[in-house]
Design a binder for this molecule. Structure first.
Ligand SMILES: Nc1ncnc2c1ncn2[C@@H]1O[C@H](COP(=O)(O)OP(=O)(O)OP(=O)(O)O)[C@@H](O)[C@H]1O
Length: 902
């Protein structure tokens, strides 16, 4: 091929060729500057007399300079040595071939340096191997393997030259010896035998060396050589050879693609005519694309231009044409002018050349980009832990557990939700013995939605179902379906269900299904626009669940905290048929859950009393809170170096879980402390004297958690699911006790009661708008959705609601003030004691105020009348919140709020 100019070759081969040339230069030139010069001068002298075989005449030899003085004083040149075994001298043609290879080097300097090395080789010869390679190139059969042999050959030549130079200096081995051990002796013998010659030679070498050094102006080199120090031998280290090999391997495809082991040059039509056509040297013209390759009659060219590159059989000339027609016309005209008869006209052929290059040009960039993407994808895949990379976006990310690997949870590990367990047991029986149901024609529910507040054990229940039924369990979170790319969610759903079907019977658990299962109408309105991707994912889930046939044993369980916002289509029979609500555990449930988790810690307490008391102390706690409190107690015990976890540790842990950390660093001024003490005493007195108030457990002025400077704790009568107006009014009055006490004891009031007001207002509003406890508004439910712009009731109703809320709060305030005015002395007693002790328990209040007038619930006195002689450690921390699910506002349910926080 001859499509690319040498310039292009130089460009494309610059990178690979440089390292290729450099090692040779480094090894052969610099360490041996002077000996190399000596060698050259010796060679020039020795080649001055023509040899009969003409074999050793190097091509491109510089003109032989001889000054007259040199001529007259010139000693007789030493006889030329035979090349060492395995080495031969190259013919002119072979040198020409070598030169043509060197001509490929992009840099002149590199070319000169390499030529220098091979000139050195004219004296020593070159390995037979190199000659064979050059010959195979001449025949157009240069192979990749041949190219890779070049570094080794260079190494051999360099070593031989080194041996040769040392032999020239005397006392050094003979370069003709191949065995290193023999070198020295053989060299000595030779030296003795030809002493006269050696002497002359050395003298001559010295002269030449001086000349060379003067020319190069290399003072340092002169000193070194003048000092007669033996230079280290030339060395090609392994890395150089490796660089050669790699570079050759990289270069070869380009080289063979563009040049097919031939070099080329572009000429003009005029040059063609003048130099070749008019002289009858053109044998054939080959038209390829817009270029014409000139095939010359090599013998004739060699005879006419013996020194020209054109004599080289692999050297090619070519010229560019505008169009084939114009070229043919021009050629005809030229041949007519030259009077070439029609039957001897130059044959013209047409070839389709450069297909490969054309294809690479056309598709190369695309192939590279696709390759890059594929590589990135593989990489992403391996980094992401084995999923199929970029193209694995659509793969489900569900984690799979099976009976060998993971799910060891059993129903016995799930406490306090007996009804939910019974419901879900049915799925287990279906997965274990499907025929029992199918025999009677019963269709098994496809799935169940487990709903409930966070931490109530929904995931745990699903895991237990898998553990009991001994089937694979796939768990995935709803949010894992959501990706920024459209269609990925649906594809992951498809993949998840396909995998599940393959591994049936199995259970799929989709946690937080509300992330994708939100009602479709909800997204479209004012609140932020539709979400096509989410809808597509939801639709895919609906489709997949429809796609199950009744015998496919794949059960889908889903967990959510917000069943109210789920799409109705998800809940219809045939999809998530069962809706299992898991609420916060009751007193008994908490006791059972404590039992489960207490098995994991070391305690010597009486288990029945311990679990009962802890359950009483933790109304409103979910299973996760209980697990956390038990673990926290163990940590506190460990910190205190206790031998087992004691009641005091559990109570401290509960207090910490509910109230937050004690803030010892917060130092109040005496005046502030006094205000806090009277504020908390106001709450405590209300709790003590109001009949329907929750029993008080502890009052403290130690700051805790976020911004609470003091608190009074009450234990709500547990498992009370309804509250009447009396209880609500007493609770509101008790909540206002702090502010009223401040009013009674200080000239001004503080900001500390703001949270109390919030609670009171919310309670009163709920009484009016939802619980129908206002005679004026009657039994109506007014939903005031904060997200709606307009209230769903008339302005007059809004005003009526406001008036009623105010009336109720005023009433509670009056109730509170009446009591505290009457009990002003008692407030002072409690507040002063608080200032002294910082924390008072129920027993302290009994001591200060006498026993409470109203009987306590049995459960309460059972655990808090100090029958067990508890160190009144941390008087437990609880709350106004009860287990009731319908009477309190949602926000109060999760973390039981403390009454009287300020
Ligand atoms: N009924 C229970 N019995 C025993 N342990 C429980 C119970 N409920 C919750 N737990 C404890 O709480 C941890 C968290 O529970 P789980 O993850 O099942 O809650 P969840 O309802 O799925 O919460 P979320 O809604 O936030 O996902 C469990 O690992 C377990 O230790």
């Amino acid at each position: 091929m001859f499509r690319t100019s040498t310039r292009q070759l130089a460009r494309c081969s610059r990178l690979p060729l440089r390292p290729l040339a450099r090692p040779a230069v480094r090894a052969a030139r610099f360490p041996q500057t002077a000996p190399a010069a000596t060698l050259l001068s010796t060679r020039y002298n020795s080649t001055n007399s023509p040899r009969p075989d003409g074999e050793n005449e190097p091509p491109n030899q510089p003109p032989k300079k001889q000054d007259d003085a040199g001529k007259s004083n010139q000693p007789t040149p030493p006889p030329r040595r035979e090349p060492p075994p395995g080495f031969v001298r190259l013919t002119q043609e072979e040198y020409a071939e070598l030169t043509s290879i060197l001509a490929l080097l992009p840099s002149k300097q590199q070319r000169a340096e390499l030529e220098d090395i091979f000139k050195d080789a004219t004296e020593v010869g070159v390995p037979v191997e190199l000659r064979d390679i050059l010959r195979s190139k001449m025949n157009g059969q240069l192979t990749m393997r041949d190219a890779l042999r070049i570094p080794r050959i260079a190494y051999q030549i360099a070593s031989k030259i080194d041996a040769y130079e040392r032999s020239q200096k005397g006392n050094v081995p003979d370069f003709t010896s191949n065995k290193p051990g023999e070198d020295k002796e053989a060299g000595q013998d030779r030296q003795q035998g030809t002493e006269g010659e050696q002497h002359q030679q050395q003298h001559q070498q010295q002269q030449q060396r001086q000349q060379q050094q003067q020319q190069s102006g290399n003072q340092q080199g002169q000193k070194k050589q003048g000092g007669g120090k033996q230079q280290p031998p030339r060395r090609f280290d392994g890395s150089d050879a490796l660089t050669w090999a790699i570079s050759a391997a990289l270069l070869y495809p380009f080289y063979s693609m563009f040049f097919s082991s031939e070099t080329s040059r572009e000429i003009t039509w005029q040059e063609l005519r003048k130099n070749f056509l008019d002289r009858g040297l053109v044998q054939k013209l080959v038209v390829a694309d817009k270029r014409v390759r000139v095939e010359l009659n090599r013998d004739a060219v060699r005879a006419m231009y013996p020194d020209s590159q054109a004599a080289n059989p692999n050297f090619v000339y070519y010229f560019s044409i505008g169009s084939v027609d114009a070229f043919e016309r021009r050629l005809d005209e030229a041949q007519n002018e030259l009077g070439i008869p029609p039957n001897e006209r130059i044959p013209v052929s047409y070839a389709q050349e450069g297909m490969a290059a054309n294809l690479i040009m056309a598709f190369g960039p695309t192939i590279m980009i696709v390759g890059l993407l594929a590589w990135l994808s593989r990489r992403a895949g391996t980094m992401g832990g084995g999923s199929s990379g970029m193209f694995g976006f659509g793969k489900s990310r569900a984690k799979m557990f099976n009976h060998d690997a993971a799910v060891k949870v059993k129903f016995s590990d799930v406490a306090g939700m007996d009804e939910a367990k019974t419901e879900i047991m049915e799925f287990v029986s279906f997965l274990r013995t499907p025929e029992r149901f199918q025999r009677l024609g019963a269709k098994i529910p496809r799935g169940a939605i487990l709903s409930g507040p966070p931490g109530t054990g929904k995931t745990l229940l699903a895991k237990a179902t898998a553990g009991e039924s001994q089937v694979p369990f796939y768990t995935v979170s709803g949010s894992e379906f959501v990706e920024m790319f459209v269609g990925v969610g649906a594809s992951r759903v498809r993949d998840l269900f396909a995998t599940a079907r393959k591994n049936a019977p199995c259970i799929i658990f989709i946690d937080e299904i509300d992330a994708i299962g939100k009602s479709r109408s909800e997204g479209g309105g004012f609140r932020g626009g539709g979400n096509d991707e989410r809808e597509a994912t939801l639709n895919q889930i609906l489709t997949e669940m429809d796609g199950f046939n009744t015998t496919e044993q794949v059960v889908v369980l889903a967990g959510t905290n917000r069943p109210d916002i789920l799409d109705k289509a998800l809940m219809r029979p045939g999809r998530f048929d069962r809706h299992i609500h898991i609420d916060r555990p009751t007193m008994k449930g908490r006791k059972d859950i404590f039992k489960v988790h207490l098995q994991k810690v070391l305690t010597k307490e009486d288990m029945d009393y311990l679990t009962g008391r802890l359950a009483a102390l933790t109304p409103g706690f979910a299973g996760a809170d209980i697990a956390n409190a038990v673990n926290e107690a163990a940590l506190i015990a460990a910190r205190a170096n206790a031998s087992s976890v004691e009641m005091i540790h559990f109570e401290q842990a509960i207090e910490r879980v509910v109230g937050g950390l004690e803030r010892k660093s917060l130092v109040l001024s005496p005046e502030e402390k006094r205000t806090v003490a009277y504020h908390e005493a106001g709450h405590a007195i209300c709790g003590w004297y109001f009949r329907w108030a929750d029993p008080l457990l502890k009052v403290s002025i130690i700051p805790r958690g976020q911004g609470a400077l003091g608190y009074a704790q009450y234990l709500p009568s547990s498992d009370a699911y309804l509250m009447n107006t009396n209880q609500l009014m007493d609770r509101m009055a008790m909540t206002l006790g702090g502010r009223v006490s401040e009013e009674l004891h200080f000239p001004t009031v503080t900001t500390g009661a703001s949270d109390d007001f919030k609670k009171v207002t919310r309670m009163a509003t709920t009484m009016v708008t939802q619980w129908g406890m206002s005679e004026k508004l009657g039994p109506l439910h007014y939903e005031n959705d904060q997200n709606q712009l307009h209230k769903p009731f008339a302005e007059a109703t809004a005003q009526a609601i406001d008036a009623e809320v105010r009336r109720i709060v005023d009433q509670a305030y009056k109730q509170c003030k009446d009591l505290l005015v009457a009990k002003k002395k008692e407030i002072g007693i409690v507040a002063e004691e608080l200032l002294r002790k910082e924390m008072l328990t129920r027993d302290d209040l009994v001591r200060l105020l006498g026993p409470r007038e109203w009987p306590e619930k049995e459960e309460f006195s059972k655990f808090f009348d100090n029958r067990h002689g508890e160190k009144s450690a941390p008087p437990p921390f609880p709350t106004e919140n009860t287990d009731e699910s319908s009477t309190l506002l949602d926000e109060d349910k999760k973390t039981p709020p403390t009454e009287g926080e300020r």
